[in-house]
Each structure stands twice: as structure tokens, then as C-alpha cells.
Design a protein around this ligand. Structure first.
Ligand code: EZ4
Ligand code: CO
Length: 402
């Protein structure tokens, strides 16, 4: 079998997605997500100009060799654009392998290690009162884990708090919108909201919080300590993670578990965090961390060091990525949690898929391959729309991490 074509499909059914569809001479096709929120066309061009020509004529079953060819062969290693492009190829090749074998991809990865993939939803609102109602919405639908984000008095907008509760979408304008941030106001607000949520919902519901890279290590240590009475499952992205050793300081001060990794692209972004046991959950995902093959390497390293998975699953990760993530999640020994933000009906229609939500779990498709596809005709009806993620400034105007 040979690869005869690879199409780079850019579509915007409510939000932008980049999808690679690999076609073979025997008619079997495979799909991979290549979406990099706010930088979509950079990956599309990388694929079209530099990757697709090299794929034509290759044997689609040589997944590892193709990965190494694209990674080592570029000379310029790592980075989100390169690694999302490689991820798309890798994912599509696993899809093809599954279809050829007649097996869902998770069976090729060693089979089921659990009955379902525990997912968490996003409860967010301006006030503690409204947050309680949002958490209740998820609990009523069977969720076992909920991420809680709250507005901060004195700040006009806060990360994770949006008008549309079901379909949160931060990339909202062609030129980035600007938000204002105050660490002091934030640290004074968050613990009291978790006190209300824990009190209302009892000890069994898993609660999470995303700090979105906004604190310094000692500020994060203070937050972690102040949240200890509410027994969070994790505090996410407490600090920007370029400096991996920065997490050591947080670790010395708090038992609140730490999750990080949604912006990571390779095992090299987290090897110190993992081997020194500075984190509890690694949140890398298929599309931004080199595909199924490389993500498994990250999770295997994590398994040796008591670190569990907690993959990113926001709406900018397409149903193709979600389908692939579920095959990984259900098969690895050290699965922790999977983020799950529902896509809109428009998005679901463009990406028909066989995974389903049941009783707080997502279940991967039993179809051969990934069990997801792209409806190319429908996708063509939604042309690309430039949309950027917001930026953040302190109250005095200094740029800050968003
Ligand atoms: O800001 O996916 O945990 N989830 C997140 C997301 C990210 C977006 C960036 O594209 O932090 O909301
Ligand atoms: Co996050």
C-alpha cells in the first residue's frame, strides 16, 4: 500500500480547524487533527509546502519511520507548528493501520485498560452563586469531575469565564482582545468559591482549577495551600512552564496536586517535571505533542514516575483529536482524566464520529481505525475566519501571560 495524496482541509464550522486526510492507492484513508488555535494557517502551510510532498509514495504502515523522518529530517526540531504537523500525519497513519487491521486503534495500542474514560467539564460563572448552578448542571448530567473557574471582583473579564456556558470559545476576534489581570484580586477570590462548591457537592466530586500560567511559583504555592481544605484533583498550569525547575518551589509548599502540559510539544518539555516528580498530571495531547506515537512515549515516561495523564480537550482540539485521545486514554496504564468541552452541532456535523458520552465517561468508537471522519463537502461551506486568542495586561499596562 502507498500514500497517493494528502489533503490539508481548513474549515470554520463555528471555529477554525485544520485536518489532514491521507489517501492511499487502495482507497483506505486516514485523518489527523492539525489545529493550532490562532495560528492555524502556519500549520496548514507547513503541511502543504513541506510535509505532503514527502509523504507521496510512502508505505502508510511505516508509522514510526515516518515520524522519525519528519522529526529528524526537518533538522529544526520541536515547536508547536512542526509538532502539530507531525501529529496530524501520525494520527492519520494510525487511523489507516486500524482500518487495514479491521480493529479500533485502542486494540492496536494494547487494548482496554478501563471501562471508560473519565472526563471533566467546565463550570464557570462570574459569582460563587452562579458557579454552584453551573457545577450542578454537570453533576445532573453524570459528570464525576468538574473544572471550576470564577469571575474576580474588580476585573472585567477572567480566563475561563464566558457568556456561552456550553461552548466556551476564547479566540473571539481577528486581532487579539485585551484583558486586565490582578494576581492579588484573583488570589483573594478563588479559595472562597471552592469552599462553597465543596460544601455544596460533598467530598466525592472531583474538582479542578486552571490558573492558566498566571502566577509565580511562590504565588502558586500560596494558592495551592489555600485550596488544600477543598481537596482539588489538580491545580492546572500554575506558572509558565518554560522553567521546569520552577515547579520545585511550588512542590515544597503544598500538597495540592499539579497538572501541566497543554502547550507542550515533546517529551523534552516535561522530562524534568516528570522524572523529578514535580507534577502529578501531564496534560499533553495528541495534536500538539507529536501524535499518538509521541504522546504514548510521554505517558510511558510519566508512568515510571507516578505521573498520570490529564489530556487537554478544549473546543479548539477537533473531534479528530478527541477520537484519537480516547484510544490512547482507554489503553494506557496511567490514565488520570480527560478534559471534554462539547463541540457545537456545526462542528460535530463536519466531523462525524463514533465516540459517545455515557454516565460521566467518554467511550471510544468500536469502528476500525479512529472512528472519526471529515465531511469534506460540508467543511468547504465554512471558510477560514482569522481569530486570535486574547492577550493579558496587568492593571498598570504591563504585558502578562494570558
Ligand atoms: O486556553 O484551548 O484547559 N484548557 C485551556 C484552554 C486553552 C485553549 C487554548 O487554545 O486552558 O481553554
Ligand atoms: Co488549561
Amino acid at each position: 500500500m502507498r500514500i497517493t495524496d494528502a489533503k490539508v482541509i481548513v474549515t470554520c464550522p463555528g471555529r477554525n480547524f485544520v485536518t489532514l486526510k491521507i489517501v492511499t492507492d487502495e482507497g483506505v484513508t486516514g485523518v489527523g487533527d492539525a489545529t493550532l488555535n490562532g495560528r492555524e494557517l502556519a500549520v496548514a502551510a507547513y503541511l502543504t509546502e513541506h510535509v505532503v510532498p514527502a509523504l507521496i509514495g510512502r508505505d502508510p504502515a511505516r508509522i514510526e519511520d515516518t515520524w522519525q523522518y519528519l522529526y529528524k529530517g526537518a533538522y529544526w526540531r520541536r515547536g508547536p507548528v512542526t509538532m502539530s504537523a507531525i501529529a496530524a500525519v501520525d494520527t492519520a497513519l494510525w487511523d489507516i493501520l486500524g482500518k487495514v487491521a479491521g480493529l479500533p486503534v485502542y486494540r492496536l495500542l494494547g487494548g482496554r485498560s478501563r471501562e471508560g474514560v473519565t472526563v471533566y467539564g467546565h463550570a464557570n460563572a462570574e459569582t460563587a452563586e452562579a458557579v454552584l448552578a453551573e457545577v450542578a448542571w454537570y453533576v445532573e448530567r453524570g459528570y464525576r469531575a468538574v473544572r471550576v473557574q470564577t469571575g474576580v471582583p474588580g476585573l472585567a473579564a477572567t480566563y475561563g469565564v464566558s457568556g456561552d456556558k456550553t461552548f466556551y470559545e476564547p479566540a473571539d476576534a481577528a486581532i487579539a482582545t485585551e484583558a486586565v489581570w490582578s494576581t492579588e484580586r484573583y488570589l483573594n477570590t478563588v479559595p472562597s468559591v471552592f469552599a462553597r462548591v465543596r460544601d455544596e457537592f460533598g467530598p466525592d466530586l472531583k474538582l479542578l482549577h486552571d490558573v492558566h500560567h498566571r502566577l509565580t511559583p511562590i504565588e502558586a504555592a500560596r494558592l495551592g495551600r489555600s485550596l488544600e481544605p477543598y481537596a482539588l484533583t489538580w491545580m492546572e498550569d500554575p506558572v509558565p512552564a518554560e522553567l521546569q525547575e520552577g515547579f520545585r518551589l511550588i512542590r515544597q509548599h503544598t500538597t495540592t496536586p499539579i497538572a501541566v502540559g497543554e502547550v507542550f510539544n515533546t517529551v523534552w518539555d516535561c522530562q524534568q517535571l516528570i522524572t523529578e516528580q514535580l507534577i502529578d498530571y501531564i496534560r499533553a495531547t495528541v495534536v500538539h505533542a507529536g501524535g499518538i506515537s509521541h504522546l504514548r512515549r510521554i505517558f510511558d515516561l510519566a508512568a515510571l514516575h507516578h505521573v498520570r495523564s490529564g489530556s487537554h480537550g478544549a473546543t479548539d482540539l477537533s473531534p479528530v483529536c478527541m477520537a484519537a485521545a480516547l484510544h490512547v486514554d482507554i489503553s494506557i496504564p496511567n490514565f488520570g482524566l480527560q478534559e471534554y468541552m462539547r463541540h457545537t452541532g456545526e462542528t460535530d456535523a463536519v466531523f462525524p464520529h463514533g465516540y459517545r458520552f455515557e454516565n460521566g465517561y467518554l467511550l471510544p468508537s468500536e469502528e476500525p481505525g479512529l472512528g472519526v471522519d471529515i465531511d469534506e463537502e460540508l467543511a468547504a461551506k465554512y471558510p477560514y475566519q482569522p481569530k486570535a486568542l486574547p492577550v493579558n495586561r496587568l492593571e498598570d499596562g504591563s504585558m502578562h501571560s494570558w
